[in-house]
Write a protein that binds this ligand. Sequence first.
Ligand SMILES: Cc1ncc(COP(=O)(O)O)c(C=O)c1O
Length: 372
Amino acid sequence: MIKSSRGCCGEEELQQVKEAFEYGYFGLAYKTAELEDEIAGYVGTDRYVIATNTGTTALHLALDTIGIKDGDEVFMPSFTFIATAQAVVMCGGKPVFCEVDPVTFLMDVNDVRKRITDRTKAIIPVHYAGRPCDMDELLKIREETGIRIIEDAAHAFGSEYKGKKIGSFGDITCFSFDSIKVMTCGEGGAILTDDAAFDDLSRKKRLLGIDRKAMHVKDWKKRSWVYDVPTAGYRYHMSNINAAIGLAQIKKVDMFIRRRRELCHLYDEKLKGVNGIECMPEGYDSITPFMYVIRVKDGRRDQLKDYLMEHDIESGISYIPCHQFTLFRNNGDTYPVTDQIYREILCLPMHFELSDDDVVEVTDRIREFVNQ
Ligand SMILES: Cc1ncc(COP(=O)(O)O)c(C=O)c1O
């Protein structure tokens, strides 16, 4: 079976986890703080980094920290993973779905502008498949209206926008390091911001509202055991064990990204001119390609997916648009561009351990399918 995605860990991760086991305390500890520093270094920023136990909790923590509450509108593309919308629901907020660009599948900023009301409190652009949204335009909205921009950069760790890595500019950025992301912590996430007050409050909220100094120092004698609880909070910190995995992974992330770019170029080359198959625009060399997505024309997407599976090739459909789910279906708005994309997309196998031969096998099968 050629798997559509998979995490890739080895001896370095095992060694890091061994150290975490030997330390004997597995919760919020020194490796979490070390990983936060490494993330800032990798992104090339002196921003605050708050490591969380998932990308979903990073989003929820960010929204909660900026004060999203009952009835507040938070914008996002309908074309995203349900985690983006659920983070808003968890705050009691109202997800407002927007259309995406028909070519890049990224948030349509003109549609965003049309939907703004005085209840709109935040916008969550999603850097789909690692491609950055139009941050200049979104940050212009932030300047004009005060509406906060919280980037869902679950797919985009390492991607660049106008020469700078995602996470090094903008308002608040949330990453995911779940099991299949380009860099994994097993499970994990992180928030990046330059807002000191946000950093202070979100760190407390991350740990049940606890305000305790010297939490993650390695030397137990220096840990402080007295604390206050000034705010409501959650249990959202990244554990020392998950951070250990991340510390090994972050050293490999450039290698992972380089290989993914090569694979995208090979897919592009092999699928060029194949009838009824459209590839995404180029531009892989400045981004972290999280997925390789094609469009299958003439209503044949599901047939192609089945055909690939018959030949032991797994593929994916990311994503079912949020507005199509029972939870949101009654909102009444329509999203024709998103619906059309959803009918056509297919995510082909993409991970570090995919070989050139695997790509040739996948693309040969696709050609065979369209020619039959
Ligand atoms: C676009 C998007 N947002 C948020 C998340 C949530 O991240 P996590 O799985 O780490 O909770 C994901 C995860 O796949 C995602 O793809």
